[in-house]
Design a protein around this ligand. Structure first.
Ligand code: MN
Length: 424
């Protein structure tokens, strides 16, 4: 597939710093506000936000299937409800307007003053009103590590894992935007295995390095989305920190799985990078053995080469990168996740969020959680400030970053960053 806006030779007349996550080939969507402007749709280019409401009012978005109200909206849901073809045309139009060879917008200084806003003057808002949130468990390395720690090292993967893209239904109400701090959760923990549980602040607070995809409207209840159709139902991706309270989880998760260990917060990055923008970075999914059931089979490249990293920033501002991983390691791809999610007739809706599951790579420095990086607390991580971490401490900020890079084009996600405050 060839998407005009992805041409690596395109250059914008808007200055884009070298190594920016947001060149003209990216054009991610978000919701922003300023001191003067109420929340509305914006597209990121370099260190600027393009105001799509103003772009529409000034007539630059004519002959596209959108109305002014689609851009003058607290969330991207209105825009996303128009579907894949419409949002693809919109991104292609914006790409043309920002192309250095196009004069229309570039030469209209009066319009530019209203349309381009410096990133330091905007406050980002939650981009999507999330209806339902599902979290998968699709990294073989992560599932194996957890199985080795908590069950039987010889049979680390449970028997269903190679057959089913395992997942569970999470909680949408506590999905928060990057920049919002969280409080250390409290709950039932059982520090002494031979004693009764106690009620206390979580002691083993962890992050999960994930990405998530956001859906368009799916099919009616009772219908299924095939792996071949899946990409038509995915708008884009964000970075996703799926906060986890490991000690609460250990005690509560049998028999129905995660509950209060997971639902206190999950953080997402502010800019939704479209699946279209990621198209050039497609790679093969790791080989799957045993052969999957027919509804999980797929053709072509369905995984994406996205470099990921996690850093801890304590209050002294001495940052340490503690993990470098890649989305391409995932055993199950997004098309298989969506096909599996809907194979029983479950409907997905515009603005649903699907977490990838913790993205662990094959090496010890590429694991996607503190649980694995410090191996259940037995191998504390050395920080650049001389301190150690087994899990996340109060006043630590956890920062995740991600980008794809090829042919001199870097498509990035910015970051998802959240500070942990002491328990309330
Ligand atoms: Mn998770």
């Amino acid at each position: 597939m060839s998407i005009a806006a992805n041409n690596p030779n395109l250059k914008s007349w808007v200055e884009v710093p070298a190594n920016s996550d947001f060149p003209i080939q990216n054009l991610p969507f978000g919701i922003f506000k300023t001191n003067q402007l109420k929340p509305r749709v914006g597209v990121r280019i370099g260190n600027f936000v393009l105001d799509l409401k103003a772009l529409f009012v000034l007539g630059y978005l004519e002959n596209l299937p959108f109305e002014g109200s689609d851009f003058d909206c607290n969330y991207l849901n209105c825009l996303m409800s128009k579907g894949k073809k419409a949002t693809r045309e919109l991104r292609n139009r914006i790409s043309k307007l920002l192309d250095e060879n196009q004069q229309d917008l570039q030469k209209n200084l009066h319009h530019l003053e209203q349309l381009l806003i410096s990133i330091d003057q905007v406050e980002m808002c939650m981009p999507v009103q999330i209806g339902d949130y599902t979290d998968f468990y699709s990294s073989r390395e992560h599932a194996t590590n957890v199985g080795m720690m908590f069950r039987d090292p010889a049979n680390a993967l449970l028997p269903n894992w190679l057959w089913i893209p395992v997942g569970y239904h999470g909680r949408a109400s506590s999905v928060i935007l990057s920049g919002e701090a969280i409080h250390r959760p409290k709950g039932q923990i059982k520090p002494d295995p031979s004693a009764d549980p106690i009620f206390a602040p979580c002691r083993n607070l962890d992050f999960e390095l994930e990405t998530a995809f956001i859906t368009f409207d799916g099919k009616p209840l009772g219908d299924s989305i095939s792996t071949e159709e899946a990409e038509d139902f995915i708008f884009g991706m964000v970075l996703f920190n799926d906060w986890s309270a490991r000690d609460i989880q250990t005690w509560e998760y049998v028999p129905l799985g995660p509950f209060l260990a997971k639902n206190f917060a999950s953080s997402i990055s502010a800019w939704i990078v479209t699946l279209d923008a990621l198209e050039p970075f497609k790679v093969a999914t790791p080989a799957q053995e045993p052969e999957v059931l027919s509804y999980l089979k797929y053709e072509g490249l369905k995984s994406y080469d996205i470099n990921l990293e996690v850093a801890i920033l304590p209050e002294n501002n001495v940052e340490t990168v503690i993990s470098r991983s890649n989305f391409k390691y995932m055993y199950w791809n997004m098309a298989q996740q969506l096909a599996h999610h809907t194979v029983n007739g479950c409907n997905v809706r515009c603005g649903d969020l699907m977490g990838s599951g913790t993205i662990s790579g094959p090496t010890e420095d590429s694991y996607g959680s503190m649980l694995e990086l410090a191996w259940k607390g037995t191998k504390p991580l050395k920080m650049n400030d001389g301190s150690e971490r087994k899990f996340i401490q109060d006043n630590d900020t956890v920062i995740m970053r991600g980008f794809s890079s090829k042919d001199g084009v870097r498509i990035g996600f910015g970051e998802v960053s959240s500070k942990v405050l002491p328990a309330k």
